[in-house]
Design a protein around this ligand. Structure first.
Ligand SMILES: Cc1ncc(COP(=O)(O)O)c(C=O)c1O
Length: 360
């Protein structure tokens, strides 16, 4: 499938910076221009239909990732959703977080002075997690599905098994570097909550985020507030108590509407087909990178591979890569790249050609 034809990428640019921010299909840009005009057209009335519009985005989100409309909250970004979730959990819980995970996951746990342990991330991260959960009486596990620096992807079958072994463990995931690359069935995933920002692999631009929360977890969030009265005001009459925490105030229909365009794109093309395309592209890329010794040791031997790769080439090469049209980013000990539907084997070849030219 020629997914690239849906995007406007000039010939002299090799766009590999999806882990930073993803591209939007051309049709998204066209929709945003029209929406902006129609939305603020004085003679029109779509400004008055914001709640119905947001409800539609939730329905389509739920349909794609198998969660009910009541289980998904739409937020401005991942961090807002994550902080809201964390602040709603009962006190006295013990947390496990991963070393060097994204700051919006780890820092709120640290700054709120919650009781936590840090799990080492390495080649055998799942074993480390299992050992910690078995031995340290952990109540809540927080992790990113794909680690933002080294690209390590947690085995999602492991999450299902972990949940089966510890049904009371609350597992909260960050899907920002993952959702949009393959199908996800929330109800079956083992996660009690999983959320993210839409501007990377969901290709939906800034200003939109999502958090799916299971019924069991919803029942224990903001318990005192949930035991109290619902809002009496007419304008909030359809809001649940949890809506008033996750979705207070008016939401931006341009941002969430862009997320809806992405949901439609993924529905039309099929996340299963997108997954197949990316598996093939990754197999090619990882093979080429491995031959050249560019993969991190903790990534090399793993069967589960993400679309985010930290290439072990000197980050000092960043400016030269940019000068050659390679959009990427220095992170950790290397240069971070991402491979999404608008990337091809030619992009991988071009990247290798430029790195080898620079290092000659
Ligand atoms: C793992 C991960 N989670 C979340 C985010 C983004 O969260 P936010 O948009 O709230 O900053 C990023 C962005 O780099 C990320 O890498």
């Amino acid at each position: 499938m020629d997914y690239k034809s849906y995007f406007d990428i000039p010939d002299n640019i090799t766009y590999l910076n999806t882990p930073g921010n993803g591209l939007m299909p051309r049709a998204h840009h066209a929709w945003r221009r029209v929406w902006e005009m129609e939305f603020f057209d004085v003679t029109g009335d779509i400004r008055d239909q914001q709640p119905a519009f947001i409800a539609q985005v939730k329905r389509e989100f739920g349909a794609l990732f198998n969660c009910s409309t009541e289980q998904v909250y739409l937020t401005p970004n991942f961090s807002f959703a994550m902080y809201t979730l964390l602040d709603g959990l009962p006190s006295g819980l013990k947390y496990a977080i991963l070393e060097e995970d994204y700051p919006s996951l780890n820092f709120p746990v640290i700054s709120r002075q919650l009781d936590y342990v840090k799990i080492k991330v390495g080649h055998q991260v799942e074993e480390h997690i299992q050992y910690t959960i078995r031995n340290q009486h952990i109540d809540v596990l927080l992790l990113s599905v794909v680690q933002y620096i080294n690209g390590l992807m947690i085995d999602l079958n492991f999450i299902k098994k972990l949940k089966a072994e510890f049904p009371d463990l609350i597992i909260i995931g960050d899907a920002t570097q993952y959702l949009g690359t393959e199908p996800l069935n929330f109800k079956d995933s083992g996660f009690d909550a999983i959320g993210g920002s839409g501007y990377k692999w969901m290709m939906a631009g800034f200003g939109n985020g999502y958090m799916m929360v299971s019924d069991q977890l919803q029942a224990i969030l903001y318990q005192k507030a949930q035991a109290g009265p619902r809002p009496h005001e007419a304008m909030w009459s359809s809001k649940s108590i949890l809506d008033t925490f996750f979705e207070p105030g008016h939401q931006d229909t341009l941002s969430h509407g862009t997320l809806l365009r992405s949901l439609n794109f993924m529905q039309t093309h099929g996340l299963d087909h997108i997954q197949t395309y990316l598996i093939e592209l990754r197999a090619y890329a990882y093979g080429q990178f491995d031959e050249r010794g560019w993969l991190l040791p903790e990534i090399r031997g793993r069967n589960v591979r993400s679309s985010l790769v930290n290439l072990q080439i000197d980050p000092k090469n960043y400016d030269l890569l940019l000068a050659n049209g390679i959009k990427c980013f220095p992170r950790g000990t290397g240069i971070r790249i991402g491979l999404h539907v608008y990337n091809t084997q030619q992009d991988v070849d071009k990247l290798i050609e430029v790195i080898e030219k620079i290092n000659r």
